[in-house]
Design a protein around this ligand. Sequence first.
Ligand SMILES: [Ca+2]
Ligand SMILES: [Ca+2]
Ligand SMILES: [Ca+2]
Length: 439
Amino acid sequence: MKSKILNLLIITVIYIKASSQFIGRADYILTIKNEYRTHKNFLELKQNYKLIPKYYYMIHGFMPVRCPTDMSRNTIKRLLESDYRISRVEPDYRIDAIGIPNDPFFKKQWSLYNSTNQDKDVNAVKAWGLHKGSNKIIIAIIDTGIDYLHPDLFSNMWRNPGEIPGNKRDDDRNGFVDDIYGWSFDEGNADPIDRHYHGTHVAGIVGAVGNNNIGITGIMNKVSLMAVKGLGDFGFGWASNLIAGIYYAVDNGAKVINASWGGTGKLEAMKDAILYAKSKDVIFVAACGNNNRDNDIWPFYPASYEVSNVVSVAATDKNDNLAWFSNWGKNSVDIAAPGVDILSTVLKDNYNTETGTSMAAPHVTGTLGLMISFIPYLTTKEYLKVLYSSVNPMPILKDKCTSGGRLDIYKCLYTMIPNVKKYQTALLYLLEQEERNKK
Ligand SMILES: [Ca+2]
Ligand SMILES: [Ca+2]
Ligand SMILES: [Ca+2]
């Protein structure tokens, strides 16, 4: 009996030992119809068509695969498309991080506090008078990973509470062995460390540790940053990894997902993942792109997926102009936020300024995190209504995005206080928050 149990344990361990059997590009991304999303069908499909699935199971109907080499790609595509269980067969493709590296010596967080003109910052300091964030809120950074050992990030990293590190077992049975800080879908392992810089920079904007006497402060002084490595060490990755990353983030408790990447290719399988996030009340913030063009005419994905939980973010500069490189879209871009010369964390305990809509998006992500942590019981629809109606309206942005303005963090928090006596209520909330944080 004992050995039987032991056998069973070993089998389980072997079965989930690695979550992916190949890394890199898949030939096709299959979407399995709702009624056929069983492990039996997964195994049958794999066997019938001699496929190599990327993961050992189907993730909410998402199934990236490699095809047998003894058959033409088109033949197998036609076969797959005609299978009654499969709703879609889409090619995997390359997606890039969005970023423009810039002058490394300008070290000032002007976007949070503009010392020469406070009308042109996002009012972070005033907002922190109301609320500074909490480690209870999980924000997923799907990117090139995070340098989680960075001294200005380490204590704000998410740590999977159900997982024991380094014992080669999937203690919380979420399908991922030893996933502590997140997961690397790029390398198929439990180490989402950043060797590029992009993800670490984005993470610092959202949640570098505030008030610790080092470096910078994130919009959320306190937060749990989940590192989901979907882009590789050279700043690009495959759509299949990013899609798997979205499912991972949602299934493991993220409230907001930051996507500072994209391309012009549209994938229904990615839209499905974002719809899944929506069904779980997870907000998806996406950079709207650095191509200096109109997304209404030239959509840029994932920012341009028409799902209501997607927040598409354009970039502004220090003078509150739309940044020269930023995309826009009167109907398809939602809000603007600072994205030029933004100082944040990079590899090896360093800091650097970077420019791009990649840097604008995490300003919005951090703000949403702050809002959710401030008043946790609202719906996605309500949070976004506050976000969009609290912008600093700017004539120059009137025809460039749906809200017609630039992010204002203080206004967001202030607007959320549901009382006429706003000041007193704010104080009360602060006290309640402190009580909650103590528990
Ligand atoms: Ca696990
Ligand atoms: Ca473990
Ligand atoms: Ca700091």
